[in-house]
Design a protein around this ligand. Sequence first.
Ligand SMILES: *Cc1c(COP(=O)(O)O)cnc(C)c1O
Length: 370
Amino acid sequence: MSKINLRITGPTPLPDPVREAMRTQMVSHRSGEFRDMMTHLVGDLGELFGSAARVLPFTCSGTGGLEAAIVNTLAPGERAVAASSGYFGDRFVDIARAFGVQVDVVSVPWGQATDPAAVRDTLRKGPAVRGVLLTQNETSTGILNPLEELCRVAREESDALVLVDVVSSLAATDVAMMDWGIDVAIGATQKALMSPPGIALLGVSERVLAARRGAPRYYWDFGRMAASIEDGTTTFTPAISVLYALRAAVAMIKAEGLRQVFARHEALAGWCRDSVEAAGLELFAVPDHRSPTVTAALVPPGLSASTLRDRLEAEHQVLVSSGRGEWKERVLRIGHMGNATVEDVEHLRNALIDVVTHSPMPTFGRRRAW
Ligand SMILES: *Cc1c(COP(=O)(O)O)cnc(C)c1O
């Protein structure tokens, strides 16, 4: 078994109690034992989403959750406004368009945060907007968008349902569904929830459940899933092992305390940013909007992200992610969400300093030569 310091942006390393929980024998998902487990689990998860939210678990990756959010809220031909600050924001737009939604996109150059004023301007233009699509933490660029302000703008300027991708921020920073007026928040097990991939978790408002809007759907239907969850079960056979793992992870988060978990993410992120700069690299994300879960570093001119990544893995047994889209070779991304410690980041720091110091870099020191 490889002993790798897994510092990619997901899946994230599993704590021992979570791995142990995966060994649990199967039970019937209609049994009392399962219903009891599920009822407690969705109750605890409701707190991670900022109270009041009903939590619906679907067996799929995060992207399935994004699709579920779209088809339960927006019908073909309806208008939506989306804010995109990178690869995952663009994906949300692509999904909506695949279902015939007319999407106006407010985008920013990668590495910058969405500007609430720009979203306000777009909402004021044109006919009624039925949905506002937001990303809290843009994993491709290491940006934490100002979600509270963005939600306020959406609520002030429209009656639109507010859908938010919180896949890489849920359980790492505040997602205050009730206070901020979020209608659907989409999370997934394999990021800060330090569980295996396999379940998307959707926090859903009363407004969405009551509205019964959207596109044709079957597997993803919120109404049917909400009724099942009321009854302590899921509509279809869930990934039971993943749910047991998630229960163990949520118990760890509760024991540590949610505020403490958030503070730990902030502290690790600060230490990781410091490490990137200590290695002589520039941070990709603008100041004031840097992510608590993902740090993106600009690769110095003359080097490629894949070369640095491969050397970090081969020489130091630490695995990071390269960039996305056109930034693939120019950005390294370091994940520090969920089960991450000071030692993990310290190890990454030393490895990064070593690899960058021992790299041929004729142009090192120049800023963004491209
Ligand atoms: C990881 C991630 C997703 C979902 O990816 P899947 O591979 O489908 O789980 C969506 N949005 C963001 C911001 C992510 O970080």
